[in-house]
Ligand binder design. Sequence first.
Ligand code: ADP
Ligand code: MG
Length: 250
Amino acid sequence: MLLETTNLTKKFGGLTAVDDVNFGIEEGKINAIIGPNGAGKSTFFNLVSGYYPPTSGEVYFKGQDITHLSSNKIAKLGIARTFQTTNLFEKATVLDNVIVGHRLRTSSNLFDAVFRTPRLKREEQKCLNKAYEVLDFVDLTNYAHRVVENLTQEQKKRVAFALALATDPELVFLDEPAAGVNPDETDGLAIMMKKMVDHGITVCLIEHKMQMIMSIAEKIMVLNFGKKIAEGTPDDIMNHEDVIKAYLGG
Ligand code: ADP
Ligand code: MG
């Protein structure tokens, strides 16, 4: 397993948002987490990417215990994520969004910035090259100088993918990439996720719509009220009694 959780639990006061979850993310595959609204999917992402400390349980990445590492340290180890609501600068260009997002994670210090050291200039060039590389990956090279607010929802999601990819991750967590996207445009996002896997990047996405997941995911975990109620291939999941009940509200 590329990433594994053991007995992962998160409580918010009296509410257990993630309840004793053991899940393994398989390397080189599209993994998915599904479940009704409020099931704990985003909270699970927040735990494995270091945004929230768990109440109990552990997270291992390539065998290393990362449970108590900060989100920055986890990002540096090769884990990237997107958020459920895209946090892009709407008034800035696509290219600037990718550069700024990437720069926030690079190592220039104030001295470099004030004195415009050669190191800073090298870093800026590297950043620009990387931005163009990831925009090419998500097929947005021709949109580099467009202002984000003029893009379609699907294109904005691809900008968010580009931001995540700029850190050269081995594993990306995508929180509801298809949410708010026109149904005819979700194919483009599915193709992108497959392309990531083809380039050696393991994908784990959240989706509460069953349909898209069933066509692309290879391993699925179903959460309901914070608990894992099923795990397996799309076929296993579709025929699972508890999953059918959860979705029918029974
Ligand atoms: P999902 O992504 O599956 O829709 P979430 O993980 O966002 O679900 O939420 C799971 C539960 O935890 C919900 O009941 C939600 O209200 C609660 N929750 C999530 N984040 C917080 C928080 N920061 N503080 C308190 N409760 C939270
Ligand atoms: Mg969510």
